[in-house]
Ligand binder design. Structure first.
Ligand code: MF3
Ligand code: CO
Ligand code: CO
Length: 275
């Protein structure tokens, strides 16, 4: 049985398994945090070039987050010590910034989560490094379509499973694999809250979407099979078959008649090419 909880401004929220329903104060808070996330990702576009290291990009994310009056929610999260995740090629998610140099042909996901005035803006985009193969560019494009097709399902009265069903149908129509091991999540004053937003599901199943629900949708789509494995660093998830993987993420809120995307790029850098 799904439980919903209306959150009043200033109320302490707990990770108690309930789905939180927010009012105007929550929307205002998420709009600001989401906008900062989008601006940070916008600033990454010209920096993602052959020769840059992922730790240089992480430093820029940290500085922009702090300059924006926020803190990176990942810093110190379960022992994670970086300000974003940077996942290259066959890395599915949670790639750790390092001395790794980006090279021509790489596809890269940067995932940022500024925590601003108590609200988490969680978003990621793909970036193309130099000349990228047609099949990799196509994977990136279809993964963005998967995110937006999922978001189109997000409205009051729909079920959570409608989102995953739409994403899965689109990805599988291109014979791509939808990652099952990681999900979207409730978001807001908590980084990761109920419900789990799965990206492969049956339509008409799962909790009903209600106005005031905040969640991320963040499909990870593989050129090959859906299966992932975790590297020995305890974070980096890679495709088992070493195929390329792509991901986009938005934080959204259910409104009276649809949804609001909190992490939209104010300059239209939704998906590559960003030039
Ligand atoms: N931003 C990721 C998400 O979309 C979570 C990263 S947690 C970390 O949920 F510790 F790996 F950074
Ligand atoms: Co997320
Ligand atoms: Co994220």
């Amino acid at each position: 049985m799904t439980q919903y909880q209306h959150i009043e401004p200033g109320e302490t929220v707990l990770r108690d398994g309930t789905i939180k329903l927010h009012g105007e104060a929550g929307f205002a808070g998420m709009r600001k945090a989401g906008r900062l996330a989008a601006e940070i990702l916008d600033a990454m576009a010209p920096l993602v070039q052959p020769g840059v290291t992922t730790e240089e990009l992480d430093r820029v994310v940290r500085e922009m987050t702090l300059d924006g009056g926020a803190v990176p929610a990942t810093l110190g999260y379960r022992g994670y010590t970086h300000s974003c995740c940077i996942s290259i090629n066959h890395v599915v998610c949670h790639g750790i910034p390092s001395a790794r140099v980006l090279k021509d042909g790489d596809i890269v996901n940067i995932d940022v989560t500024p925590l601003l005035d108590g609200w988490h803006g969680d978003s990621s985009r793909m970036f193309l490094v130099g000349d990228v193969s047609l099949k990799a560019r196509r994977l990136v494009e279809v993964t963005y379509e998967c995110l937006m097709i999922g978001i189109e399902q997000a409205r009051p009265g729909a079920r959570l499973g409608d989102i995953g069903a739409a994403i899965q149908a689109h990805a599988e129509s291109h014979r791509y694999g939808v990652v099952r091991d990681f999900c979207g999540h409730g978001v807001g004053q908590l980084f990761h809250d109920a419900p789990e937003v799965v990206h492969a599901a049956r339509a008409g199943t799962g909790p009903e979407l209600k106005p005031g629900m905040f969640m991320t949708i963040e499909p990870m789509i593989n050129l090959g099979k859906p299966h992932v494995k975790l590297l020995s660093d305890g974070w980096t998830a890679v495709t088992r078959d070493k195929s390329l993987s792509a991901q986009f993420e938005h934080s959204i809120g259910i409104t009276e008649d649809g949804c609001e995307i909190f992490t939209l790029s104010p300059v239209g850098r939704h998906a590559p090419p960003y030039a």
